[in-house]
Design a protein around this ligand. Structure first.
Ligand code: 8OZ
Length: 368
């Protein structure tokens, strides 16, 4: 039987175990620049097989929340260098999650106060976080504008440049954020995409941006250090597709030949129930499609995992398990899982924004 604590390779990434720190938005990068405190936070968690950073904007246009980091300006790359050095010094591996929020943004966060961009001019029924004088407040997202066809190559190029910047910053690879109702997911799903051009309508067209972005990133840095995150049925950020199973089967056939390091699934509702009554989904059938199409990427799963569920999932053929809330509160999660706990409880009040409190001050076992 495979256990969580055995090494595995995912493409070029040689991982010490199958435990992954899920990407977690923490809103502690004022001016979108990663801080030394962030280096401490990630280095504390370096015993994970793989760390995935919080979602990181590929462009100013791609930003949708206050104080989330970016990866498009020189000072951001310099800030991330401190993070990757600290993690590597602690013996860890880290990839950066590349993010364009699309319509999940606010004019206050956009260049020149313009409208956020989207596949179609349909407002998301969701909120974003603006931090005013240190206080996070949830506000409705702004009315978006539909991207013009001739803007699409620029978006793809922003992902490509961010992937190259990631390598310059010392990351071991990147994860393309194609989940949770952000730009790529907005293109994939019928609820947010009503385009009638080459990026809308058929499944093939709705998956075109995902395909072009993944191709551009893998061409730039290599598929074997590229991962991608998908959330077929999550309602997060007003994501909705009327028929997700064939949509994601198509996505699997697109991705299979790209030589990716891993594919990462949020099963069910992000941060919520793993089963959604009116949105059934067959993840094992999806993996079968991927493997049959020649896909060899490591299969990473996420959402509400504990030790027992993680081991069951490994038995059923998953390769990597990503832990979110447990990683917020337990920097030494690998050790704690090894001895079946105890686990610190995460404090919701300090998830988004702030400083050390609820960030770098969760005690490790030896200190607890
Ligand atoms: C929580 C708060 C803000 C953003 C995601 C990047 O859901 C996020 C996110 C989560 O993928």
């Amino acid at each position: 039987m495979t256990t969580l604590f055995e090494p595995i390779s995912a493409g070029r990434l040689q991982l010490a175990n199958r435990i992954v720190m899920a990407p977690l938005t923490r809103n502690r990068a004022p001016g979108a620049v990663p801080t030394p405190l962030m280096a401490t936070y990630y280095a504390q968690r370096a015993s994970a097989g793989l760390l995935i950073t919080e979602a990181t904007a590929i462009s100013h246009q791609g930003q949708g929340y206050s104080d989330v980091p970016g990866l498009y300006a020189p000072e951001q790359i310099e800030g991330w260098k401190r993070v990757t050095q600290a993690v590597h010094q602690a013996g860890g591996k880290i990839v950066v999650q590349l993010w364009h929020v699309g319509r999940v943004s606010h004019t206050e966060l956009q260049p020149d106060g313009g409208a956020p961009v989207a596949p179609s001019a349909i407002r998301a029924k969701t909120k974003t976080v603006l931090i005013k004088e240190g206080v996070p407040t949830f506000v409705e997202t702004s009315e978006p504008r539909a991207l013009a066809l001739d803007e699409m190559p620029g978006i793809v190029d922003d992902y490509r440049r961010a992937a190259l910047a990631a390598i310059e910053a010392g990351f071991d690879g990147v994860e393309i954020h194609a989940a949770n109702g952000y730009l790529i997911d907005q293109f994939l799903k019928t609820g947010s995409n009503q385009r009638t051009d080459a990026y809308g309508g058929s499944i093939e067209n709705r998956a075109r941006l995902l395909q072009e972005v993944t191709q551009a990133v893998t061409d730039a840095i290599g598929g074997d250090r590229t991962g991608i995150r998908l959330s077929p049925v999550t309602p997060a950020n007003d994501a909705l597709d009327t028929d997700p199973q064939p949509l994601f089967e198509h996505v699997m056939r697109l991705l299979a030949p790209m030589g990716l390091a891993y594919v990462h699934f949020i099963e069910g509702a992000t941060g919520g129930p793993r089963e959604i009554a009116d949105r059934p989904f067959d993840y094992l059938a999806l993996r079968e499609t991927f493997r049959t199409a020649g896909g060899r990427a490591a299969w990473m799963v996420n959402n509400g995992y504990d030790l027992a569920l993680a081991e069951k999932s490994l038995e059923q053929g998953a390769d990597l398990i990503a832990f979110g809330k447990l990683y917020i509160a337990n920097p030494d999660l690998v050790q704690r899982l090894k001895q079946s706990g105890p686990f610190n409880e995460p404090d919701r009040a300090t998830f988004y924004g702030g400083g050390e409190k609820g960030y770098t001050d969760y005690p490790a076992l030896a200190a607890a």
